[in-house]
Design a protein around this ligand. Sequence first.
Ligand code: P71
Length: 460
Amino acid sequence: MKKVKPEPFKIKMVEPISKISRKKREEALKRAGYNLFSLNSDEVYIDLLTDSGTGAMSDNQWAGIMSGDESYAGSNNFHNLSNTVKEVFDYDYTIPTHQGRGAEQVLFPILLDEGQFAISNMHFDTTKAHVELSKGRAVNLVIDESRDTSKYHPFKGNLDLEKTKEFINEKGADNIGFIIITITCNSAGGQPVSMKNIKETSKLAKKYGIKVFMDAARFAENAYFIKQREDGYENKTIKEIVKEMFSYAEGFTMSAKKDGIVNMGGIIGIKNNKELYTKARSRVVPLEGFPTYGGLSGRDMEALARGLKEGIDFDYLDYRIGQVKYLGEKLKEAEIPIQEPVGGHAVFVNAGKMLPHIPYDQFPAQVLGNALYLESGVRGVEVGSLLLGRDPETKENLKSPLELLRLTIPRRVYTNNHMDVVAKGLIKVKDKVDQLKGLEFTYEPEVLRHFTARLKPIKE
Ligand code: P71
């Protein structure tokens, strides 16, 4: 029997789930326009759409909810949150926001002049959108290894430093607004960035007078991978690793709905640049709220202050990432192609490889996601050409380098028995992939089409 880390918690409260019949799932999927985003949650048995805001809070966090201080200004919970940010990251300034994109919309316009570039290993969808709304241009310079799903590399989220240097030299340092390192790198498969890479990025940026920020949604999972995989860090605590990681940056935007283990919340953290803090503080007021609450209630800030500490607990992370690995191993054993090594928050199934008969513009990963839902009531999410959209000029469907089905695991929500159901479902689908048909649009929205598009299976 495989060694599996047991949950480092016991369960005090449960939320019943059930699976509707195959016939009902067929009806639901049809009604949803073959788009899993349009299902009702009670039509889903095991929901692996996202790990964002879907985690289970602890009894300690729920107790914090009861001590919410809902003062408009200077709430105790804000002080608890900013003291926690100081303790965990060693940053002087904390600005709460309603979620990650709230932090982005406040900070990015301060950092970008029109036409300037933001360099990242890979921008997440919302960070790219906020770079563009700030009239900047988003460039992704992750290492090439991240695109080969079957090749092992311990830090597939690393920024390609050679390409970055070349890019800065080509465009001129004055045309770079900032570098933002996404940890872990979501779009590459929840892949970590090494300490060495963060340090060298910071060194390179300093040489050119460019500021470095972190997109810190999964900072704790990144620290865990550094501890497990990078020489010299095996005996350091997660907290020590987190402090070092953030010492190389000027600030961060964070969706706290991931490693903060809350259902809603975000943070702008600024190390010690008072001028930048003052600018961000004045922008947060019209956009998110007064600087000591920024779109969150007192109780939300308290749950987050407590969640940030729980999120860096080694035993928790060992169990958490162990569960993701558990699902990954089950799929690998069945020869289902996945992004390897398995990342921090999800298993990414290579649908392009599994369904070679379906061309990219008939959305193989969406087809696979729908088949898995019909088979077992599990909801994953497409990360491929449907999400990528069209070329703004030619209007052609863009071809994503990878067609992935993301099976994203909420924190502390499902057990490994649930993971077994997911694996079993996908294995059943694998045996009949050649019967699956591509999809075509019946309705295609102009922007962010994947959320609300309607599709139908193509008839031959
Ligand atoms: C994820 C999400 C949530 C999501 C957002 C948009 C479409 C579909 C799903 C959100 C992130 C993220 C990173 C690295 C910023 C955000 C935005 N991820 N950076 O993966 O992964 O944060 O949702 O709190 O605004 O499912 P926000």
